[in-house]
Ligand binder design. Structure first.
Ligand SMILES: C[S@@+](CC[C@H](N)C(=O)[O-])C[C@H]1O[C@@H](n2cnc3c(N)ncnc32)[C@H](O)[C@@H]1O
Length: 394
C-alpha cells in the first residue's frame, strides 16, 4: 500500500507533486485560492478542495501518513515588508494546530529563512512547541533548492515532526541542481510559453539593453555586477565625469561611513565626499540634485534612487536567483540573453516543474502559483527522506 499524504496551503501543488513523484498518494489538499485548487486537480488528478483553513477544518477520508504545510511566506520574506504582525504569519502556527488534530505520522512545514530571524522566529518556535506538546519529535533544517536538484538558489527552512520514538536525524544527500542553461532552451511551442517583447524605445527596453548576464540595476552596490543609473544617460540623464566621481563616492561612503546601529547605509556629508574625491563637492552635489540623482538630507546627501535588485539579468551558467511571483516582469528579472522577462514556462522549468504541468488562469496568477510553489524536485528529495523515516531506515 502506498504511503499517503495530505496538504495544507497546497497552492497549485509544487510540494505535493514532489511527494506524488516519490510514490506517496494524495488523500487531500486544501487551499483558499480557487485557481490554485483548479490547477492542483488538473495536474495531480486530486480531489483538492477550496477551503479557508482559518474558518474550516480540513476533512480527510483517513489519517494520512504525512501532512504537508507550505503556508504563506509574505510576512516573513526579506523581499517584502516583513511585518511581524502580518496576519498571514499565524497561518504557520495554525498548521501545527491542525496537525495535532489530524495526527499524521510525520508533519513537514516549509517556509522562507526569514522565519528564523528577529521577531518572526516566535512563529517558528510556536509551531515547534505546538508539535512537541502533542508528542512529536521535531527537527528543522535549512535547505537550498540548488543542492536538491533545482537550477535555482532558493533557501528554505523545513521543519519535520515525527511520532517515531527516536530523535530525527535529518540527512538529505545533496543532489546537483545545475544552472539556468540546463532548462532555459528548447521551449518553443510548449504550453505557458508566450514571450512578451518590450516596446522598442521604452525606458524598460533601453535599461535592459545595458544590463549584461549576471548584472542588475543598482545604485547602492558596487562592483561589476551592478549597473548604475548614471551609466544609462539615455534614460536617466547625462552627467559629467566629476559628477560621476561624486556618485561613485556616495555609493562607497554611504555604506562605509555608517552612523546608525541599524540599516546598512547612511547619508554622507559634503566634507566626506570632498575628502574622498579630492576636490570641493558642494557645487557638484547641487548639480546632481537638480538632475534628480541626489537628494539633500539635514547636513548630508544621499542617492535619490536605490534601484537595488531591479532588472536582474539571469546568467546562463549559474543557478537562477529565487523564482518569485515577479518573474515575468522585466523590471525585476530578465532572460539571460533576450530583452524580455521570463515566460511562465521558463519560470516553471527553473522551479523544476515538468513541461506537462499546465498552468491556467490569468497570466499574472500563473506566475504567482509558480513563484509560490515548493520546487517539485526539492519536495521529491524531502519526500525520500520522509519515506525512509516512516519505513524506519533513518
Ligand atoms: C506559499 S503558497 C503554497 C504553495 C504550495 N505549498 C506549493 O508548493 O505549491 C501559500 C498558499 O496559502 C494559501 N492560503 C493563504 N491563506 C489561506 C487560508 N486562510 N486558508 C487556506 N489557504 C490559504 C494561498 O492561497 C497560497 O496558495
Amino acid at each position: 500500500m502506498a504511503l499517503t499524504f495530505a496538504s495544507l496551503y497546497s497552492g497549485c501543488g509544487g510540494f505535493d507533486l514532489g511527494f506524488a513523484q516519490a510514490g506517496f498518494r494524495c488523500i487531500g489538499a486544501f487551499d483558499a485560492d480557487p485557481l490554485a485548487i483548479q490547477v492542483h486537480r488538473l495536474n495531480l488528478r486530486s480531489n483538492a478542495i477550496v477551503c479557508d483553513l482559518t474558518t474550516t477544518a480540513p476533512s480527510l477520508p483517513e489519517r494520512p501518513d504525512v501532512l504537508l504545510a507550505g503556508s504563506p511566506c509574505q510576512g516573513f520574506s526579506t523581499a517584502g515588508t516583513r511585518n511581524p504582525e502580518d496576519p498571514r504569519n499565524s497561518l504557520l502556527v495554525l498548521a501545527g494546530q491542525l496537525a495535532v488534530q489530524i495526527r499524521p505520522r510525520v508533519f513537514v512545514a516549509e517556509n522562507v529563512v526569514g522565519v528564523m530571524s528577529g521577531e518572526h522566529k516566535r512563529y517558528w518556535d510556536s509551531l515547534r512547541q505546538t508539535l512537541e506538546a502533542a508528542g512529536y519529535r521535531v527537527a528543522d533544517v535549512c535547505c537550498d533548492a540548488n543542492q536538491l536538484g533545482v537550477p535555482q538558489r532558493r533557501r528554505r527552512m523545513v521543519m519535520f515532526g515525527s511520532k517515531q520514538r527516536a530523535d530525527i536525524q535529518v540527512r538529505i544527500p545533496p543532489q546537483p541542481g545545475g544552472v539556468v542553461s540546463k532548462v532555459i532552451e528548447s521551449l518553443v511551442g510548449l504550453p505557458n510559453h508566450r514571450p512578451v517583447a518590450m516596446s522598442k524605445d521604452s525606458s524598460t527596453a533601453l535599461i535592459a539593453a545595458r544590463i549584461a548576464a549576471g548584472q542588475k540595476l543598482s545604485n547602492v552596490r558596487g562592483g561589476p555586477r551592478s549597473v548604475h543609473t548614471w551609466h544609462i544617460p539615455e534614460v536617466f540623464g547625462r552627467t559629467s565625469a566629476a559628477e560621476r566621481s561624486v556618485l561613485e563616492a556616495l555609493v562607497k561612503l554611504r555604506r562605509r561611513k555608517r552612523q546608525r546601529s541599524f540599516g546598512d547605509a547612511d547619508p554622507v556629508s559634503a566634507a566626506a565626499i570632498a575628502n574622498h574625491i579630492g576636490q570641493p563637492a558642494r557645487q557638484l552635489l547641487d548639480a546632481l540634485i537638480a538632475k534628480g540623482y541626489v537628494r539633500q538630507k539635514p547636513g548630508s546627501f544621499d542617492l535619490t534612487h536605490t534601484f537595488n535588485g531591479k532588472f536582474r539579468r539571469l546568467s546562463a551558467d549559474a543557478p537562477s536567483p529565487t523564482v518569485d511571483t515577479r518573474f515575468g516582469d522585466p523590471r525585476y528579472f530578465l532572460h539571460p540573453s533576450k530583452n524580455r522577462g521570463l515566460t511562465v514556462r521558463e519560470a516553471a522549468r527553473l522551479q523544476g516543474f515538468p513541461d506537462d504541468f499546465i498552468l491556467e488562469g490569468p497570466v499574472r496568477s500563473q506566475y504567482r502559483l509558480v513563484g509560490n510553489a515548493v520546487p517539485p524536485p526539492m519536495a521529491y528529495h524531502l519526500a525520500t527522506f520522509v519515506r525512509d523515516l516512516l519505513l524506519g531506515s533513518q
